[in-house]
Design a protein around this ligand. Structure first.
Ligand SMILES: N[C@@H](CCC(=O)N[C@@H](CS)C(=O)NCC(=O)O)C(=O)O
Length: 214
């Protein structure tokens, strides 16, 4: 099983955390390597990553990759619970991707554009979305250890990198104690610690300047 990913990429970290949670063996095709980049381009013209290749099958999209791992390489940690409990997990996975990761990426990627092509309207809008979702999450997470309750799931795999980088791009206000405590809990969790540590050598890639913390 090969994973095409980059250690500093948020969606790559999402899948790496799931792999590390269950100590699932895989070949890491790091996109620091030009040959891995060429292979990625031949497998997926959009060149979005991570992607997984297993026994000739290419699996796209981080959430689907994690679902694939659960079905084909199940481990002790069940990433998506069966039945109704899976609804909250899948819903929060979508919330973290669509409403934390997407506005965070908007702010970060805007900085990589040439100055005349920057989108200040879009960035202001993204900051507004993050303010709203931070408030929503701060309330939703009351009384929960992990995103969907007591168990670490797919939703936490999505939450860890999205909140990690979102807080760098648009800090979570100190008044949101529940959300900040959840982010800190994630950053102390072994699979997340490993993903964050592997990404440390690439912090200079953060276009807004990585803060001296975390
Ligand atoms: N919906 C995709 C998003 C993947 C994504 O946006 N990955 C970023 C890296 S974190 C990427 O491919 N960036 C390169 C690009 O946009 O060309 C997923 O869940 O896997």
């Amino acid at each position: 099983m090969k994973l095409y990913a980059h250690p500093f990429s948020s969606y790559s970290q999402k899948v790496l955390i799931a792999l590390y949670e269950n100590s699932t063996p895989f070949e890491y095709r790091s996109l620091e390597d030009s040959s891995a980049n060429a292979e990625l381009a031949s497998l997926w013209p959009l060149k979005r990553f991570p992607i997984l290749v297993d026994q000739g099958r290419t699996v796209l999209e981080s959430s689907t990759v994690i679902e694939y791992l659960q079905i084909h390489y199940p481990g002790v940690v069940r990433m998506i619970p069966a039945g109704d409990a899976g609804i909250e997990v899948r819903m929060l996975d979508r919330v973290f991707d669509n409403h934390v990761m997407t506005p965070m990426q908007k702010i970060v990627l805007n900085q990589l554009r040439p100055e005349p092509d920057r989108d200040s309207y879009g960035v202001t809008e993204a900051r507004g979305f993050l303010d709203k979702i931070y408030t929503w999450l701060d309330e939703r997470l009351v009384g929960r250890t992990w995103a969907a309750g007591d168990a670490f799931t797919l939703a936490d795999c999505a939450a860890a990198p999205s909140l990690f980088y979102a807080d760098w791009a648009h800090p979570i206000p100190p008044t949101h104690t529940c959300l900040r405590a959840y982010r800190a809990r994630l950053l102390a969790h072994p699979s997340v610690v490993r993903a964050v540590d592997e990404a440390r050598p690439y912090r200079s890639y953060f276009p807004l300047g990585a803060p001296d913390r975390d």
